[in-house]
Design a protein around this ligand. Structure first.
Ligand code: PMP
Length: 420
C-alpha cells in the first residue's frame, strides 16, 4: 500500500484538529476567509416540508413555459448541437451579447455588445471584478446591509468592507461622501462602490432617480468606480423600471446583470457591462477561470429571448411576486408585535424587518425554526457582525397562504420572546 506524503507544515501554527482536515496547514491565506453563508447553513432545515421558509431567495419558476423551453432545447440539439456543445468565446456568444444590450435598453442603457462579458451568473461577474481590482486590505464600499454573496467574495479576496448607511431612498449620499473622505484621510485604497439600486437584497428598497444622480456625481468627482448590481430591476410591481446608474455614466460604472430572476437561475447566465479597458481584463480573467462561459446555456437563453415573449413572461413573474408581497405585508401587519417595523418593497423578493431592541434575530432563529418558520438573521448582511436587530424575509417562493402562516408563527415567537 502506498501512503500519501504529508504536506509540509513547517512554520505553520498547529491546527486544532488534524483528524478533520490534514491539509489545514496548506491552504492559501484567502481560503481561511471562506465560510459557509448563514443562508446556506439554513437551507437544510428550511427545506423541511413542515417549515415555512421565508429565508431563501430562490426565484419562483411555477409560471415558466417548460414545454416551450423543452421544444427549444430539443431543436437546439438537433439543429445546432455540434456548435451549441462546443467550446465558445471567453467573452460570450455574440448573438447573446446583442440580445443582452436589448434587455439593458429597457433601463435606459445604450451599450455595445463589444463591452459585454457573459458570466456564470452575476455572482461570477462579482468574483472576476474583485479578482482584477482588489489586493488584500483594499477597501470596498457597500451599503449597510449588503448582499451576503457579495460580502463572501469580498471576504475571500481579503478586502475590507466599509459599510455606508441607507435611508428610505437607498444609499445615503452624505454617508457615502463621509466614508470616502474618512477612507482617503486614513490612506486607504478604495477600489469601488458596490451598490444594488433596485429592490435591494436584503433591504427591499430602491434608489430614487435623484439619489442615483447624487451617487454617480460623488463617485465621479472622487474617481471611484461604481459596481451596479441589478438582478431585480425589471421586477417592479407598481412602477416602470427606473434608469440604471450606468445610463448616467458609461465610463465610471460597471453594470452586473443576470437572467436568474427574469428567466431561470439554473442556466447560470449573467453578464458584466464594463468600460472597454476593464472589459478586456475581465475577458482574460474569464478565460483563465472557465475558458468560456457555458455555451449550451448561452444558446438556450438566446433562443428563449428570440422565440418567446420574455417581456410578457416577466409580467407574469411580477404578478406572482406581487401577490406574495401583498400576502407578506398583510401577514406582518396582522401578526407582528407593534414595536417592529419593515420596508414595503415595490418589487423584488425581500422585506427587511427592524425588530424590538430586546430581541436578537440570530439568537431567536433556533426557536423560530422549532416553531416551523425560517428567516435570515440580519447579521448575515453585514461584514462586521452588526445587524442582529434585523431580519430578512423573502416572499418569492412560498404560496400566499404559507406566507401568512409563516408570519403568524414568527409573530408568535417574537411575542413569546418579548414576554419572558
Ligand atoms: N446579486 C444579488 C444582489 C443577488 O441577490 C443575487 C442572487 N441572490 C446575485 C447577485 C447572484 O445572482 P446570479 O449569480 O444567480 O446571477
Amino acid at each position: 500500500m502506498t501512503t500519501r506524503p504529508l504536506p509540509d507544515r513547517s512554520g505553520v501554527p498547529a491546527p486544532r484538529d488534524t483528524r478533520l482536515d490534514p491539509y489545514v496547514g496548506s491552504y492559501a491565506e484567502r481560503t481561511h476567509q471562506m465560510s459557509a453563508s448563514a443562508v446556506r447553513a439554513l437551507f437544510a432545515v428550511a427545506n423541511r416540508p413542515e417549515v415555512v421558509s421565508l429565508a431563501g431567495g430562490m426565484p419562483n419558476l411555477a409560471d415558466l413555459p417548460l414545454d416551450a423551453i423543452g421544444d427549444t432545447v430539443g431543436r437546439l440539439i438537433v439543429e445546432q448541437g455540434q456548435r451549441a456543445m462546443q467550446y465558445g468565446s471567453g467573452q460570450g456568444e455574440p448573438l447573446l451579447r446583442e440580445q443582452i444590450c436589448e434587455v439593458m435598453a429597457v433601463e435606459g442603457i445604450a451599450a455595445s455588445p463589444d463591452d459585454v462579458l457573459v458570466s456564470v451568473g452575476s455572482q461570477q461577474g462579482l468574483t472576476l471584478l474583485t479578482q482584477i481590482f482588489c489586493d488584500p486590505g483594499d477597501v470596498v464600499l457597500c451599503e449597510a446591509p449588503s448582499y451576503v454573496g457579495a460580502l463572501g467574495v469580498f471576504r475571500t479576496y481579503q478586502t475590507e468592507v466599509s459599510h455606508v448607511a441607507m435611508d428610505d431612498h437607498g444609499l445615503d449620499p452624505v454617508a457615502l461622501q463621509e466614508a470616502i473622505t474618512a477612507g482617503r484621510a486614513a490612506g486607504r485604497r478604495i477600489k469601488f462602490l458596490y451598490t444594488i439600486p433596485n429592490f435591494h437584497n436584503p433591504a427591499g428598497i430602491s434608489q430614487t432617480m435623484q439619489r442615483r444622480q447624487q451617487i454617480q456625481q460623488i463617485c465621479a468627482e472622487a474617481g471611484i468606480l461604481i459596481v451596479e448590481d441589478n438582478p431585480y430591476g425589471l421586477l417592479g410591481f407598481d412602477r416602470d423600471p427606473v434608469p440604471a446608474i450606468r445610463s448616467l455614466d458609461s465610463d465610471g460604472v460597471v453594470y452586473l446583470g443576470t437572467f436568474s430572476k427574469t428567466f431561470a437561475p439554473g442556466f447560470r447566465i449573467g453578464w458584466v457591462l464594463a468600460p472597454h479597458a476593464i472589459k478586456e481584463k475581465l475577458v482574460l480573467a474569464q478565460e483563465s477561470a472557465t475558458l468560456c462561459p457555458p455555451i449550451f446555456s448561452q444558446y438556450t437563453v438566446s433562443a428563449y429571448l428570440q422565440d418567446y415573449d420574455w417581456r410578457g413572461q416577466i409580467k407574469k413573474f411580477n404578478a406572482l411576486y406581487r401577490e406574495r408581497r401583498d400576502a407578506m405585508l398583510a401577514g406582518l401587519e396582522a401578526h407582528l408585535p407593534a414595536s417592529t417595523s419593515w420596508t414595503r418593497p415595490e418589487g423584488g423578493f425581500f422585506v427587511w424587518l427592524t425588530i424590538p431592541p430586546e430581541l436578537d434575530a440570530e439568537a431567536m432563529l433556533p426557536r423560530a425554526v422549532s416553531a416551523r418558520v425560517a428567516y435570515v438573521p440580519g447579521n448575515a448582511f453585514y461584514a462586521d457582525g452588526l445587524g442582529t436587530r434585523h431580519i430578512r424575509l423573502s416572499y418569492c417562493l412560498p404560496t400566499p397562504e404559507a406566507i401568512i402562516e409563516g408570519t403568524r408563527r414568527l409573530g408568535e415567537v417574537m411575542n413569546h420572546e418579548l414576554s419572558i
